[in-house]
Write a protein that binds this ligand. Structure first.
Ligand code: HSE
Length: 330
């Protein structure tokens, strides 16, 4: 059986969730793909640090270039977060002929044109399903089974941390700071939760959604963005009295003349709106395509295993393609 070798840049929540997903389901994966996947190396800062997932100490390295450019590693998964050095790592891996999977929405959104061009120029795969809405397979659908549509609107709850905070504040009358702490403990929030609560994380995800749905690149800094830090318990009580819920919504609309309008902001949705029922760390995305009409995706947008599921899914797709290519060459 073909073995596809994988290196993880990062073994935090997403890296360990990817490791656990592959380990938990490897028997089924091997039976269905005819390929086995081996995580041979994982980049960490401190190999002795206790981790949420049990991996052999031998896979840990503190040198990213033990993985990047290593001819024995087929796929590099960039799961570090932050724009640099993550972008350089991805570009270097592509230039050395390695396929790249990334969950890093900040780096992807900031450098989408360069990353996609470099992947194309070097004839390698660049898959990014985990970068938007964790376990929800919205990006793959946009580019595959929904690819025949012309989209007019995309609207979603794309951040688990803020949705968790708003839900808990609404349902249990809790204070913002206490709930943020729990979201961090559960592994939803970014290392620096400013990106979550100020809406920047959603702007990054909306930039990626716009690129894939509308074929246009909008830098996240150019998306008008308001987060949830100014939302008070009084705002929530007032919305509840009006039978509404406050949700952080990322939205992009294509007008008839082809121009795009986009924003990230807290929106008061009537309780009957389908997005109003999306609670806690769950995310949802509404799309409108001219063939498929309205479509809603719903699932866990954050957390080690849901996000690990998306990274592992991309790894599998690349592994299957590598195996198919080798079979054709024989
Ligand atoms: N911090 C992000 C969230 C993680 O809360 O949704 C997933 O992108």
């Amino acid at each position: 059986m073909k073995t596809v070798r994988v290196g993880l840049l990062g073994f935090g929540n997403v890296g360990s969730g990817t490791y656990d997903t592959l380990k938990m389901n490897m028997g089924k994966i091997e039976r269905e793909t005819g390929v086995t996947f081996s995580i041979d190396k994982a980049l960490v800062r401190d190999p002795s640090k206790p981790r949420r997932s049990e991996a052999p100490a031998a896979i840990f390295t503190c040198d990213a270039y033990d993985i990047i450019g290593n001819p024995d590693i087929d796929i590099v998964c960039e799961l570090l977060g932050g724009i640099e050095p993550s972008t350089k790592y991805m570009l270097d891996a592509m230039k050395s002929g390695q396929h790249v999977v990334s969950a890093n929405k900040a780096a992807i959104a900031a450098n989408y044109p360069e990353l996609t061009k470099t992947a194309k120029d070097n004839n390698v795969e660049f898959r990014i399903e985990a970068s938007v809405c964790g376990g929800i397979p919205v990006l793959s659908c946009l580019t595959s089974v929904l690819g025949a549509n012309d989209f007019s609107e995309i609207m979603g709850i794309c951040n688990g941390t803020t949705n968790y905070i708003l839900t808990q504040m609404t349902d249990f009358d809790l204070e913002y700071a206490d709930v943020l702490k729990v979201a961090q403990e559960k592994g939803f929030a970014e290392a620096d939760p400013t990106a979550d609560v100020e809406g920047l994380d959603v702007a990054n995800k909306l930039s990626i959604l716009i690129a894939l749905a509308f074929g246009k690149y909008v830098h996240p800094k150019d998306i008008p963005t308001t987060g949830i830090t100014a939302i008070t318990k009084d705002d929530i009580a007032a919305a509840t009295a009006r039978k509404c819920k406050i949700k952080l919504i990322g939205k992009a609309t294509k007008h008839d003349d082809g121009s795009l309008e986009y924003s990230v902001e807290p929106v008061e949705l009537p309780a009957a709106h389908p997005l109003a029922g999306v609670s806690n760390e769950f995310n949802a995305v509404f799309l409108t395509g001219n063939a498929v009409d309205d479509l809603m995706f719903y699932g866990k947008g954050a957390g080690p295993l849901p996000t690990g599921s998306a990274v592992a899914g991309d790894v599998l797709e690349i592994g299957k393609a590598i195996a198919k290519c080798e079979a054709c060459d024989k």
